[in-house]
Design a protein around this ligand. Structure first.
Ligand code: CMC
Length: 431
């Protein structure tokens, strides 16, 4: 925790309490209320954690007003343009960009952990064919704890490191297997001669009957999607991973918890929901009807891929994703894509509408990612698994940071209880 030189004074009735203020390297000051309950006997109330910093972190910083996202200080647009996913993984995990030798060693390690225990193949076969791949992933990633006993001791630094490498390496294999299983095709083993993104495309799209050559431009676009989703500080799924980990749970259980949380349409499930929405809108002339529905308080419909808890300006990832969408569709020779045309018109119409500008609702990362993934050949059900595999490194980096933090305690929020006070049990015949 940073040094404090400032205090906040809280007055409750005639009593006042001095609360230390911590100054971060970037972002707003933080009032330290850890001793508040002990001293004043009150809780703070913040459902949705809109004003609560739950941990110290040095990994990722977002300035939502500027639309800035930094990993270990490096802007996401620079990383997306100049770096690649495994280098960003190293940066997130270890704090610095690697030397050429360190990067080679890291890539070799990850590459040599991509196969999963052969017995796990049988485990897949227990799922229904029509299971959503996210359901399969929650189960199989959690089940890694049953297959990799030698990396579940969170108190052993070497085991923690091996678990980190295994998760980064094997989650893409599991995601690809979940996909292959859902379409009734044989599993495709990882290939060590391919890079991380190309290997994932190969595991998803190759079949034993013929050769599949990965297009390097598509592999680059895939790698950029992974990079753009790698980490996003204390979002819902990351906080879920930290909360699960605070009890001392093993890393595979914690990441499975993160995947479960990511699945929801307000979080990682938004990319699937966004593409489905764009298809439902169908063509630009229907946009006004959907904009009106999104603004109507009595209609639960929201513009998917719009709005963000932290960004009150453009999501910098969306800007890169939009360029990527143009490049990929161009490469694939997809001209006049109606979904992309609808997306561009919808973005224009929403940005011109005071409802969205006043509430600072801008396109987020999910607005364009689904268009790229669909053009690459992925069905909508695979969009969130791809988000999950990309985010695994972020979850693991935050998990590792939390375990090394001497201030770590089990996460245990309190509540504003509004239920009944003590009352006597009533026998069933008297109710
Ligand atoms: N369409 C229409 N209205 C919206 C939208 C939207 N997409 N998002 C927020 N609003 C309105 C909302 O109705 C509320 O209005 P009012 O103040 O009049 O009640 C106001 O804007 C603030 O919304 P909120 O729900 O209080 O804001 P939040 O910070 O709790 O929610 C959000 C953030 C991302 C859940 C929300 O914007 C949303 O549901 N967006 C659509 C889903 C989506 O695209 N999610 C992906 C997020 S980015 C990827 C990720 O992190 O996983």
């Amino acid at each position: 925790m940073s040094d404090t030189s400032k205090n906040a004074t809280l007055r409750i009735g005639d009593s006042s309490y001095e609360l230390p203020i911590h100054s971060p390297t970037a972002g707003p000051d933080v009032i330290d209320i850890r001793k508040l309950y002990g001293q004043a006997g009150v809780f703070t109330y913040d459902p949705g954690f809109t004003s609560t910093a739950a941990c110290d972190s040095t990994i990722t910083f977002i300035d939502g007003d500027k639309g800035e996202l930094l990993h270990r200080g490096y802007p996401i647009d620079q990383l997306a343009a100049k770096s690649h996913y495994l280098e960003v993984c190293y940066l997130l995990l270890y704090g610095e960009l690697p030397s050429a030798a360190k990067l080679e060693e890291f890539e070799t390690t990850i590459t040599h952990h991509t196969m999963i225990h052969e017995q796990m193949h049988n485990f897949f076969r227990g799922f229904r064919r029509d299971a959503h791949p996210m359901a399969t992933m929650v189960g199989v990633v959690g089940a890694m704890a049953a297959f990799y006993h030698d990396s579940t001791d969170i108190n052993d630094p070497r085991q923690r490191e091996v678990a980190s490498h295994r998760l980064i390496a094997k989650v893409p294999t599991i995601a690809a297997m979940a996909y292959k299983y859902s379409i009734g095709q044989p599993f495709v083993y990882p290939r060590n001669d391919l890079d991380y993104a190309a290997n994932f495309l190969h595991m998803c799209f190759a079949v034993p009957a013929e050769e599949y050559v990965v297009d390097p431009i598509l592999a680059r676009a895939m790698d950029r999607i992974f990079t753009l989703h790698a980490d996003h500080e204390q979002n819902a799924s990351t906080s879920t991973v930290r909360l699960a980990s605070s009890s001392g749970a093993n890393p595979f259980a914690c990441i499975a918890a993160g995947i479960a949380c990511l699945w929801g349409p307000a979080h990682g499930g938004a990319n699937q929901a966004c593409l489905e929405m764009l298809k439902e809108i169908g063509s630009p002339e229907n946009i006004p009807e959907y904009i009106a529905r999104a603004k109507d308080k009595d209609d639960p419909f929201r513009l998917m891929g719009f709005g963000h808890r932290v960004y009150k300006n453009f999501d910098p990832r969306a800007t890169v994703m939009k360029q990527s969408a143009d490049e990929v569709l161009d490469l694939l020779g997809v001209e006049n894509n109606p979904v992309l045309a609808t997306a561009k018109e919808l973005e224009k119409a929403a940005l011109a509408d005071p409802y969205f500008s006043e509430k600072k609702l801008f396109p987020n990362v999910d607005f364009y990612s689904g268009i790229i993934l669909e053009a690459m050949g992925f069905p909508t059900a695979m969009f969130t698994p791809i988000f999950a595999l990309s985010r695994t490194v972020g979850w693991i980096s935050q998990w590792k940071e939390q375990l090394a933090d001497p201030q770590m305690k089990i996460g245990r929020p309190r509540q504003l209880y509004r239920g009944e006070t003590t009352r006597d049990y009533v026998d069933i015949e008297n109710r």
